[in-house]
Design a binder for this molecule. Structure first.
Ligand SMILES: [Zn+2]
Length: 116
């Protein structure tokens, strides 16, 4: 994660003493983690549970527009992380064809996108 991570679920940026449980791919705030645990505890079925509602529904237009750069930044971070996974695959001498197959793209497209 970068120096200003946000919760991947509610998309709230870190504010004050807010803590996140973060990995390179995602972070979850305490509120979302508690809600997830409560949902698991209240629903004993083996099926997956829905995550939080789309967070933009409770935002006005200005707040929604203010979040878009944060979401775009998160997207760039995920793309950078994907590049590191592809680099790890290449270090293992996995072919561009197999990497492309894993990404549902052609060998040529995978090579053009990740060769650098
Ligand atoms: Zn959250």
């Amino acid at each position: 994660m970068t120096e200003s991570p946000m919760c991947s679920y509610c998309l709230r940026p870190r504010v004050g003493a807010m803590r996140l449980f973060a990995s390179p791919l995602a972070a979850i705030c305490e509120d979302c983690a508690r809600n997830a645990v409560a949902a698991f505890e209240s629903d004993p079925t083996p099926s997956d549970l829905p995550g939080p509602a789309t967070p933009w529904e409770r935002l006005d237009n200005e707040a929604l527009l203010a979040r878009i750069p944060e979401v775009a930044k998160a997207s760039r971070e995920v793309q950078e992380h994907l590049g590191r996974w592809v680099a790890a695959a290449r270090e293992r001498h996995i072919s561009w064809a197999r990497i492309g197959e894993a990404l549902d793209m052609t060998r040529q497209s995978a090579w053009e996108r990740f060769r650098g």
